[in-house]
Design a protein around this ligand. Structure first.
Ligand code: 5GP
Ligand code: MG
Ligand code: MG
Length: 179
């Protein structure tokens, strides 16, 4: 375990087992369709890579980068598109892949953007979910783990751009924030 980590919440194996289940659900739901799977950068890149390996329908992928947090651990409430999609979403079945839903602000903004671009359908797959912190009403269609109201890192999620490479999800030691 990394020396800055206080507690591992879910191990690499637990995460992979959950993603396999999520992939099976998506495969069943999207049978006969070719969804456009959108990864919300950067946090969801690892989840995206592992999830699509478990989805057994033909699919396309694209990436979108939005900013909401900066180097802080709380949402600013302001969502900005840093990198937009390369392909049009009009008439497509969209699956948005997110690392974690916290306030829900980022996702509700993204869903709004994609609806205005005339996506045919939009669903959300989120590996982690902190329902206690929601400020807008929003539930993922495919949900991995419910987390307590704690800031987590690992498995793609960062603190000040670090710890994304950890294969598990965990909580940082408090002294890391005051360094
Ligand atoms: P929301 O808009 O739902 O508040 O959260 C937006 C984004 O903030 C998430 O997609 C994620 O990238 C980041 N975020 C939310 N909670 C956490 C957390 O506990 N740890 C980390 N590293 N990022 C988080
Ligand atoms: Mg994210
Ligand atoms: Mg971040």
């Amino acid at each position: 375990m990394h020396s800055d980590i206080q507690e591992v919440l879910y191990s690499e194996e637990q995460i992979q087992d959950k993603i396999k289940e999520m992939g099976e659900l998506i495969s069943a739901d999207y049978e006969g369709r070719t969804p456009l799977v959108i990864c919300v950068l950067k946090g969801a890149f690892m989840f995206m890579a592992d999830l699509i390996k478990r989805v057994e329908v033909p699919l396309e992928i694209d990436f979108m980068a939005v900013s909401s947090y900066g180097a802080s651990t709380k949402s600013s409430g302001i969502v900005k598109i840093i990198k937009d999609l390369d392909v049009p979403v009009e008439g497509r079945h969209i699956i948005i892949v997110e690392d974690i839903i916290d306030s829900g602000l980022t996702l509700s903004y993204l869903i709004d953007v994609l609806e205005r671009r005339n996506a045919l359908s939009i669903s959300v797959a989120a590996l982690f979910n902190k329902p206690a912190r929601r400020t807008v009403e929003l539930e993922p269609d495919y949900s991995g783990f419910i987390l307590p109201d704690e800031f987590v890192v690992g498995y793609g999620l960062d603190y000040a751009e670090k710890y994304r490479n950890l294969p598990y999800i965990g909580i940082l030691k408090p002294e890391v924030y005051t360094r």
